[in-house]
Write a protein that binds this ligand. Sequence first.
Ligand code: 6PG
Length: 249
Amino acid sequence: MSAAPEIRIAGDEAALAHVGAEVFADLVQASLAQGSPCRVALCGGRTPRALYARLAEAYGRRVPWDALELYLGDERYVPPDHPESNYRMVRATLLEPLGFPEERFVRFETERGAPETVAERYEQVLRRRFGLAAGCWPRFDLVLLGMGPDGHTASLFPAGAAMREQERVAVAEWVERLGQHRLTLTLPVFNAAARVVFIVSGAAKAPAVRAVLQERPGAGDLPAARVRPHAGRLLWLLDRAAAGLLERP
Ligand code: 6PG
């Protein structure tokens, strides 16, 4: 039985980054109390930029970065130095300012083949690093996720084929609406995690936030609603605008 979501609401996007950094540090410490390394899947997009900058600026000592392995939960199929690359964003806001070593950051190597090949290689690397037997899922110690106004998360989009994937750890998918291939970890991976943290800001997402957290009709089909770790903690960090349509309990 998956745990109910824990919801925390910050005043605005800047406060959300501060709350997110504190939660990140606390969850990493909790993970390391049970063993090392702590394996973290980072999310992309715009929202986490402020969180990563806050972590790099103020948590260089508070978080034992040497005990962490960082991964990406999803990627756009663009070159690593492309403005839309999640890797480029994470490198600029977190890895470089921290001096985090590239050998402990695992990315989708989009420059090394077709989308499906890139996804297959990422899966092989994860299986090796997690020491996975066939048929087992990698259990991330912490997964960060964002959400779009349509309820997508990572690169799992409503009615997309990736949402139905129950065998693969990572897949590639053409997203017509974006005119782009995306690469993503799959739902079983997110639901195998020990801790999942959504970080969502802005009024544009308030309808999807209410649908997911207060289980509006049809919400069950939203990818973000399908992320309910089987044996893990689920936290939703929101700013007041994204939480604006939640009805008080
Ligand atoms: C991506 C993310 C995606 C993102 C949401 C929210 O690669 O873009 O994985 O799922 O988290 O689209 O994006 P914003 O934070 O930019 O609103």
